[in-house]
Design a protein around this ligand. Structure first.
Ligand code: HEM
Length: 431
């Protein structure tokens, strides 16, 4: 049911606010932070796709877009839909917190918050650090870390796969790739969490200053690391980014700090944790562990089908640069759109019985878990590689595995990521 939006100048109030006040609609029921949409949003997303594929959420102040076709149409047009508010969508900062935060984090230099032509240049430079050869060269490090981690609990008969593998593995891998000492893992994780929460959650005012200080610490840490690598280059990605040039043009200090702190150390971690844990949970819930164990060639395809079926990167944000129609609904210039990737990836137009996890599909359709278009995830090949290696280590060491029944996964969600805190599993240790 398309909602007609009047122009702002005709009413004196923002057009989207008028629309939401006039008719109660599904958008008003959506809450990404609490309640049933955190544990399982898919029944609600199905209603959205069918009944109100483009609808306004008064709570978020954004238009929800749920159909695959509409989402892809937006992603293909960066000239009409900007990323400029992508990193300014979460917490409304107090003046004090804003003053500290803005010293430590400059959205103008973060890839995800940029538009062409600035984005094109920075992405080209960063792509050069993520060649297939460089990613594949990370496999021995991932294999070693995954084996060490699984060895610590393989004899126990039980484990929490989030705490003991899905969280520490990508944390240590990204630190290793960047050349950051592994003993710094906890403080970097804390600062990254501060950044993610301020950007993509609604943090209460009394917690904001401390978190903004964490973001400032992350920036200072990155500056020290960059200076150190300028003086003493090594074989790590930080040294590479410090030195990389394209037609004589290098990354500026601001770009380097944001690339290392925000785009790699922060973005490269929790999303991979979420993906690994969610995909293992789906394999166990659907009785697929033994099948994967006996047919390892099915692991990559299973990952894609699981990512399509339940995308952990459940949404991303764009801002309309002009009055524009999306899915038959007029969106006013300046309005923000929340593109529901998890809804779009289950769209019935993509594949038959899209609501079913089906490992026998001949071809898994292209889902939206890593986005699409110019902002397509820089780290997707690294995330896939980590999943495949870690899953094979698990299948080797724990060939018969089951979920601990009736557990609380402690599922948590921000505007952009859905993640479990726990995935408890058990197995027999008898010979
Ligand atoms: C399973 C893990 C991951 C998921 C689900 C994921 C998801 C995404 C998504 C959906 C986007 C597009 C955002 C948009 O449309 O606005 C994105 C962009 C990005 N991702 Fe990932 N990501 C993952 C892992 C990683 C890793 C390991 C890294 C780095 C090592 C990384 C770095 C980035 C960066 C830098 C961008 C911004 C690209 C740009 O704006 O051009 N991601 N990611």
């Amino acid at each position: 049911m398309p909602v007609t939006v009047q122009k702002q100048e005709e009413t004196g109030v923002p057009a989207h606010a008028t629309a939401s006040a006039r008719c109660p609609h599904l958008g008003a029921q959506y809450n990404p932070f609490a309640g049933p949409h955190v544990d399982n949003p898919h029944a609600f997303f199905e209603r959205l796709r069918k009944e109100e594929p483009v609808t306004f959420s008064p709570m978020l102040g954004m238009w929800l877009v749920s159909r695959h076709e509409d989402i892809v149409a937006v992603l293909k047009e960066p000239a009409r839909f900007s990323n400029r508010d992508m990193l300014a969508s979460g917490t409304h900062l107090t003046d004090e917190a804003k003053a500290i935060f803005s010293q430590g984090f400059d959205t103008r230099h973060v890839l995800l918050g940029m538009d062409p032509p600035e984005h094109t240049r920075l992405r080209r430079l960063m792509n050069r650090g993520f060649t297939a050869q460089r990613i594949n060269g990370m496999a021995p490090l991932i294999q070693q870390r995954a084996t060490e981690l699984v060895d610590t609990f393989a004899g126990n008969g039980h484990a929490d796969l989030v705490e003991q593998l899905a969280w520490p593995l990508p944390a240590h891998v990204i630190l290793g790739v960047m050349g950051v000492p592994s003993e710094d893992v906890w403080k970097i994780a804390r600062w990254s969490a501060d950044l993610h929460q301020l950007l993509f959650e609604h943090v209460p005012p009394e917690q904001q200053v401390e978190m903004a200080q964490g973001v400032r610490e992350l920036q200072r840490y990155c500056i020290r690391l960059i200076e150190e690598r300028r003086a003493n280059p090594r074989e790590d990605l930080t040294s590479y980014l410090v030195a990389v040039e394209d037609d004589g043009e290098a990354l500026t200090l601001d770009e380097l700090v944001m690339a290392i702190g925000a785009s790699l150390l922060s973005a490269g971690h929790e999303s991979t944790t979420a993906l690994m844990a969610n995909t293992w949970k789906l394999a166990l819930e659907h009785g697929l562990w033994e099948q994967l164990r006996d047919h390892r060639e099915r692991v990559p395809k299973f990952l894609e089908e699981a990512s399509r079926y339940d995308s952990v990167a459940h949404a991303m944000i764009r801002t309309a640069r002009e009055d524009v129609m999306v899915g038959g609904v007029r969106i006013p210039a300046g309005a923000r759109l929340m593109l529901l990737y998890a809804a779009g990836s289950r769209d019935e137009s993509l594949c038959p019985h899209a609501n079913r996890l089906d490992v026998t599909r001949e071809k898994v359709p292209q889902h939206l878990t890593y986005g699409r278009g110019i902002h397509f995830c820089l780290g997707a090949p690294l995330a896939r590689l980590q999943f495949q290696i870690a899953t094979n280590v698990l299948l080797d060491r724990l060939p018969v595995l089951k979920l601990v029944p009736n557990q609380d996964h402690g599922t948590w969600q921000s505007l952009v990521l859905r993640q479990m805190k726990h995935l408890k599993v058990e197995w027999s240790t008898a010979q």
